[in-house]
Write a protein that binds this ligand. Structure first.
Ligand SMILES: NC(=O)c1ccc[n+]([C@@H]2O[C@H](COP(=O)([O-])OP(=O)(O)OC[C@H]3O[C@@H](n4cnc5c(N)ncnc54)[C@H](O)[C@@H]3O)[C@@H](O)[C@H]2O)c1
Length: 287
């Protein structure tokens, strides 16, 4: 199979929370990163966020000043048309099939067929996105974790049609980025969210039943299970709306009651208590 495996230039589509982190990671690994977002100013904002993050690494002596400067130089704001010149595309736009489909349709003609498309989706079927992409055998899940520059894991999600060479390529590339790639089959929630979301849902149920308060539930999981973060603080970090959305996918696609989102989660989302991003979820975060 003819795919580009020598990645000098990567296109990152969507430069929000994840796209910015993904762009930073590739830039630190010496790749030129073409950054595109549909929202005006989103790329500028991401470049500023990445700059701050790199400066903090330098302050903490985790990165040399010249390495940070080189990473900053690797970032290039780009238009969709510029993606014709990339060796790999990584998609991190809104978690919405229609949005992703429209983007792939615009890219199908512009981007050479030997360029692999990778999606950072947390819950949409990779096989479905692959079918919509026009290059199903050259489509793969590259599921990074937040904050991307710090988190080691890349869940490499293998769609029904993903070619073995593509899986090999993304596995090797993830290692070159300093990550630990772990391969999973395309299945609702992959492994990460299929295991995490029921844990969060059960913690919410404990809270709702008054078994313990939020801080106690989290402390029990931290001290008893050696988790770095408790499930309720994790839910607040991910965003309660995002958690609800993933649980709905698990419930719908796996069809079992045990994946049903707790009604309290739904009520909190309806009330706008979304976790850190809204200042309040299971814990308070101030302004
Ligand atoms: N936040 C997480 O913890 C996390 C973790 C793993 C995976 N993901 C996945 O990563 C993806 C992005 O999530 P996020 O949290 O960064 O979202 P976000 O809302 O922070 O960023 C999404 C960005 O995509 C842009 N966008 C929307 N439509 C676009 C289009 N057509 N073309 C270009 N840009 C477009 C938006 O303007 C926004 O800047 C989702 O698929 C999500 O499921 C998120």
């Amino acid at each position: 199979m003819n795919i580009r495996t020598n990645v000098q230039t990567v296109g990152v589509l969507g430069t929000g929370t994840m796209g910015a982190g993904i762009a930073q990671t590739f830039a630190q690994a010496g790749r030129t990163v073409l950054m595109y977002d549909a929202l005006p100013n989103a790329v500028d904002k991401a470049v500023a966020t990445i700059g701050n993050s790199l400066d903090k690494f330098v302050e903490k002596q985790k990165l040399a000043a010249d390495a940070a400067a080189a990473a900053k130089r690797n970032l290039r704001p780009a238009a969709l048309g510029d993606m014709a010149g990339v060796d790999l595309l990584v998609e991190a736009v809104f978690e919405d099939v229609a949005v992703k489909r429209a983007l792939f349709e615009q890219l199908a003609e512009r981007v050479p067929p030997e360029v692999v498309f990778a999606s950072n989706t947390s819950s949409i079927s990779i096989s479905q996105l692959a079918a919509l992409s026009g290059r199903p055998d050259r489509f793969v899940g590259m599921h990074f974790f937040n904050p991307v520059p710090l988190m080691k894991l890349v869940e490499v999600v293998v769609g029904l049609q993903t070619a073995p060479e593509v899986v090999e390529f993304i596995t090797r590339l993830s290692q070159e980025l300093g990550k630990t790639p772990l391969r999973v089959k395309d299945h609702p929630g992959f492994v990460s969210n299929r295991v995490l979301m029921p844990l969060i849902n059960e913690a919410i149920a404990c809270h709702a039943d008054g078994v313990a308060d939020a801080a106690t539930i989290d402390e029990i999981m931290k001290l008893g299970m050696a988790h770095t973060m408790g499930p309720l603080a994790t839910a607040d970090l991910i965003g309660l709306d995002v958690c609800l959305n993933i649980m709905e996918v698990l419930h719908r696609d796996l069809g079992e009651d045990r994946y049903r989102p707790h009604p309290v989660l739904r009520t909190m989302v309806r009330a706008g208590r979304l976790g850190r991003k809204s200042g309040r979820g299971f814990f308070e975060y101030g302004a």
